[in-house]
Design a protein around this ligand. Structure first.
Ligand code: AMP
Length: 638
């Protein structure tokens, strides 16, 4: 048996012994009393009775051994700034923010919603929350008012932390007006708003509610805020993700299990070592940002490189497709983490840029978030000359489900496959309707995980245990298994291949979006009668959203001018409400949408037509003409 096979076997057959060993990778104030408790399956409690703190493990415990080594390197090609904080400096910054939050009334269990760009203060704030035992809810800075409002309402934060603005490709995006509008829309109102001012956009302050961060932080310059010891099962954070309904789900994570899972993954999967530099190009608004920009690398004693900007712009704010490689050379990055879309963007740049810098420090590039196509994988693999490691996971899992664990044993990767199940994950492929396990190679089914789910995995849906069980655990008749909502196959060597989502979630440039949320935003437009949004394959972004709208005024259908104007209005509405990321690539106008006789929208058939595929079984379709119309709209003559 290979070393990894044995490692995996132990994690599945003797999970308590296996994870008790992994738990030694972190500091505990008091050791766990019970490693695994499954009495309330599918709810799992890991390391109950143990007390610890994520901020202590990420920052404080490194002070004695590597206090002066870099902990956080913040580079912004948007503002042309570059700053490095040692563990000691990070410790001081985090305590200043923690003291400021405390002054605003934040304590253990309170929610703090963070709506911030990729600036170091965002990481300070997350760590400050962890330090106080407050629950952070980071909302991606690219989301707009309506998305933000629904999250504020669900999280009911005591305090919101934000900034004057973000910046993308030199374009300033003022956050404060979006936040003000979101708070106006939300039924829940935070007690206070803490605002970091970068000097990019003016801010109107609301008397009594809004507080500028600078004077507060300065007041607490020498603050000493001890870590609040939390039970391993206490909540560390929630992060919202899209599903089949328009209402986003708050994925809830524990404290001890998450810390252990991250520490273990840094060792066994990422093979990152203390004193080295880790560079993840994601954003703190996504799960990758939580696990592998903020907590994972710091827990491992590595410096984490936080990057604000496009991959194609230099520090002098001039076009530069080599900026990431320049940073790898400068900071001797050993482990890098990005998404296939970013690599596809870089592929369009001069290939000589990959040879211009000394990349000898780099040991591996990890890619996740969307399927990694073979040409992209080959291109970057040849260019960098290091292993390209595809890894498959979800917001829900918190760390990779499928990949290779080169920290345990160097394992061959196969192009097109993220790899094999990671330790702790009992991954199976089930038949879509019978729920029967498909054990023969290359049979397509739904990828599921059998409980108990490993440490770090979501605990539940925030304040909605029932939704957690109903959404994830009851999709297969007669079986209590977690559905990933992804199609997959397993080959004869045990390598998995992911073949797309089984639900209405789409993946745009590695970002997960619910088509229902986009549909809800569009159907709110006064001139829209009905709408269907589907994800359509795109060479650069993996998928883009495409909208089909039945206008209230049928005259739009025959009037190209009016259609163009309405398309613009619809796109603007989505961008204003949800954020530019959700804006459909095209809005097409049709007289009717294809539905079943029971009135269900046939989104999958629309998607197939958009991608030039066979729409499959249409026996249930009410009006075949509707699909024909979509086909015509898409054809160049249409
Ligand atoms: P998110 O929760 O935003 O991380 O999105 C998770 C979804 O992204 C998964 O359910 C998959 O559909 C997709 N995904 C993530 N990583 C990969 C990968 N390496 N290969 C294929 N699909 C992926």
């Amino acid at each position: 048996m290979s070393r990894y096979a044995e490692f995996y076997r132990r994690s599945i057959e003797t999970p308590e012994a296996f994870w008790a060993e992994q738990a030694e990778l972190i500091d505990w104030k008091t050791p766990p009393r019970q490693i695994l408790d499954t009495t309330r399956a599918p709810f799992v409690h890991w390391f109950a009775g143990g007390t610890t703190n994520l901020c202590h493990n990420a920052v404080d415990r490194h002070l004695a051994t590597r206090g002066d080594q870099p902990a956080l390197i913040a580079v912004s090609t948007e503002t042309g700034t570059e700053r490095s904080y040692s563990f000691k400096e990070l410790h001081a910054e985090v305590q200043r923010v923690a003291a400021s939050l405390k002054e605003l009334g934040v304590g253990k269990g309170d929610r703090v919603l963070i709506y911030m760009p990729m600036i170091p203060e965002a990481a300070f704030t997350m760590l400050a929350c962890a330090r106080l035992g407050a629950i952070h809810c980071v909302v991606f800075g690219g989301f707009a008012s309506a998305s933000l409002a629904s999250r504020i309402e669900d999280a009911t934060p005591k305090v919101v932390v934000s900034a004057d603005a973000g910046s993308r490709g030199g374009k300033v995006i003022a956050y404060k007006p979006l936040l003000d509008e979101a708070i106006r829309l939300s039924m829940h109102k935070p007690d206070a708003v803490l605002l970091f001012d970068r000097g990019l956009a003016p801010m109107d302050l609301s008397e009594g509610r809004d507080h500028l961060a600078a004077p507060l932080v300065e007041k607490h310059r020498d603050a000493q805020v001890p870590c609040t010891w939390l039970d391993a099962t206490d909540i560390s954070y929630t992060i919202y993700t899209s599903g089949t309904t328009g209402r986003p789900k708050g994925v809830q994570r524990d404290t001890g299990g998450y810390a252990v899972a991250l520490a273990a993954s840094m060792k066994h999967i990422f093979d990152g070592r203390a004193g080295e530099t880790y560079f993840s190009t994601s954003d703190i608004g996504w799960v990758v940002g939580h696990s592998y920009i903020v907590y994972g690398p710091l827990i491992a004693g590595m410096a984490t490189l936080m990057y604000e900007g496009l991959p194609t712009q230099g520090l002098d704010r001039q076009p530069d497709g080599g900026i990431w490689w320049q940073l790898v050379e400068k900071y001797k990055v050993t482990v890098m983490f990005s998404a296939p879309t970013a690599v596809r963007v870089l592929k369009k740049q001069d290939p000589a840029l990959l040879k211009k810098y000394d990349l000898s420090s780099l040991r591996a590039l990890f890619l996740a978030g969307e399927p990694l196509d073979e040409p992209t994988a080959r291109w970057i693999s040849e260019g960098l000359g290091v292993p390209i490691i595809d890894n498959y996971w979800q917001t829900e899992s918190g760390w990779p489900i499928l990949t290779v664990a080169n920290g345990v044993e160097t394992t061959r990767s196969k192009f097109g496959s993220p790899g094999v199940p990671m330790y702790g994950y009992k991954v199976k492929i089930l038949h879509e309707s019978t729920g029967e396990e498909l054990t023969a190679p290359n049979e397509k089914g739904v990828v599921v995980i059998e409980g108990p789910t490993p440490p770090g995995f979501m605990q539940t849906v925030w304040r909605d245990d029932e939704r957690f069980v109903d959404t994830y655990w009851k999709t297969v008749p007669g079986k209590l298994v977690y559905s990933t909502f992804d199609w997959g196959i397993r080959d004869e060597d045990g390598y998995y291949y992911i073949l797309g989502r089984t639900d209405d979630v789409i993946n745009v440039a590695g970002h997960r979006l619910g088509t229902r949320e986009i549909e809800e935003s569009i159907s709110g437009h006064a001139k829209v009668a009905e709408v269907a949004v589907v994800g359509v394959a795109d060479a650069l972004k993996g998928q883009v959203a495409m909208a089909f709208v039945v206008p209230r005024d049928g005259a739009v259908l025959g009037d190209a001018q009016a259609a163009l104007a309405l398309e613009g209005e619809v796109m603007k509405q989505v961008a204003d409400q949800l954020g530019a990321l959700a804006r459909p690539a095209r809005v097409h106008f049709v007289g009717a949408l294809p539905k079943t006789r029971s009135g269900k929208l046939l989104r999958r058939a629309i998607q197939a037509v958009c991608e030039g595929r066979d729409p499959g079984d249409l026996t249930t379709i009410e009006d075949p003409g509707a699909l024909q119309q979509i086909r015509q709209t898409l054809s160049p003559q249409g």
